[in-house]
Design a protein around this ligand. Structure first.
Ligand SMILES: NC(=O)c1ccc[n+]([C@@H]2O[C@H](COP(=O)([O-])OP(=O)(O)OC[C@H]3O[C@@H](n4cnc5c(N)ncnc54)[C@H](O)[C@@H]3O)[C@@H](O)[C@H]2O)c1
Length: 287
């Protein structure tokens, strides 16, 4: 059900790759809520992905941009303002990639060139897009910028690797730039810390299915889906949240406030029946 929350608003959505992508769902919902959209992703992702299909469905323009390239971002914001005939109301940063995660390199044997790439793609790109937008005065007063984060920024999670560091930087950029952009132009900047979600990026993390099962058992409301995340993004782009800024907002069914739940404890107790765990409790083969 649509509420016309974004009627007349115009936004750029980074990071829709296929129909599982969180950004894909956000684009669909933003369109349903009355927004006009420009979709962007790397040239390779546009060639390899299914973005054409989404663009046609929601009548969006598509402009390629590598979010680590300031020149690409300048081109993106300038072309978008031409298409929209003026400033932009909202921007979604839905971008993440770690070569160390992809190549399954452990955190204590990290490749530093890859680590720099992780930080550049997953975190510094957020700073770059905001800085470019601000210099070009591309965002309307009371506009809204949102990026997607994960609780590994605060708590250590098995196998999340250098993406944890990238998310910590991402959330910090939202606060540091949120202050400046808020003070000068009333533009708000927030991050949403989303539950594990079965997307291309999510499923690249080792042990992802077990992690989703664990968080589902721990969260009193269960994991939040990509569709539900899109709903939350829409509220942050809308005029109903004009005084929310510099926040990292958990969208995880309550997981972030839990220590142990009865559903997770039942499963944990079952694992204590495991013969291998009993024989060698501190060195289980799955560790
Ligand atoms: N899936 C999860 O479990 C989960 C949980 C919390 C947060 N997030 C975050 O949500 C965001 C979206 O990821 P997703 O899960 O929808 O996966 P996804 O794989 O569908 O999206 C990741 C996107 O990043 C884009 N990208 C990579 N390098 C880029 C670059 N240099 N320039 C521009 N775009 C680039 C990819 O092309 C892709 O579209 C990411 O920030 C991710 O970390 C995901």
């Amino acid at each position: 059900m649509a509420y016309n929350l974004l009627k007349g608003k115009k936004g750029i959505i980074f990071g829709a790759l296929n129909s599982n992508s969180i950004a894909w769902k956000v684009a669909e919902k933003a369109h349903e809520e009355g927004a006009e959209i420009v979709l962007t992703n790397t040239a390779l992702a546009i060639r390899m992905g299914e973005l054409d299909e989404l663009a046609q469905k929601i009548g969006a323009h598509m402009i390629p941009a590598d979010a680590t390239s300031v020149a690409d971002l300048e081109n993106l914001f300038s072309k978008t303002m031409e298409i929209f005939g003026g400033q932009i109301d909202f921007v979604l940063h839905s971008i993440g990639m770690s070569p160390n995660v992809r190549k399954k390199i452990p955190y204590d044997d990290i490749n530093y060139d890859f680590f720099s790439k992780t930080l550049d793609i997953s975190a510094l790109s957020f700073h770059k897009m905001i800085q470019v937008a601000k210099k070009m005065d591309a965002i309307k007063e009371w506009g809204s910028i949102v990026a997607l984060s994960y609780i590994a920024a605060q708590r250590t999670l098995y196998e999340y690797n250098d993406m944890a560091d990238a998310k910590a930087v991402l959330e910090s950029i939202a606060r540091s730039f949120g202050y400046i952009y808020g003070r000068e132009k009333h533009v708000r900047i927030n991050t949403i810390s989303q539950s594990p979600t079965p997307t291309t990026a999510g499923q690249g993390v080792k042990g992802f299915s077990a992690l989703m099962d664990f968080t589902e058992r721990m969260a009193p409301l269960g994991n939040a889906s990509a569709d539900e995340c899109a709903d939350y993004c829409i509220t942050l782009f809308s005029d109903l949240t004009r005084k929310v800024t510099m926040q990292n907002l958990y969208h995880d069914g309550g997981f972030s406030s839990m220590g142990m739940s009865s559903r997770a404890m039942i499963q944990y107790n079952k694992s204590l029946e495991c013969k291998e765990c009993k024989e060698n409790p501190l060195n289980h083969p799955d560790e």
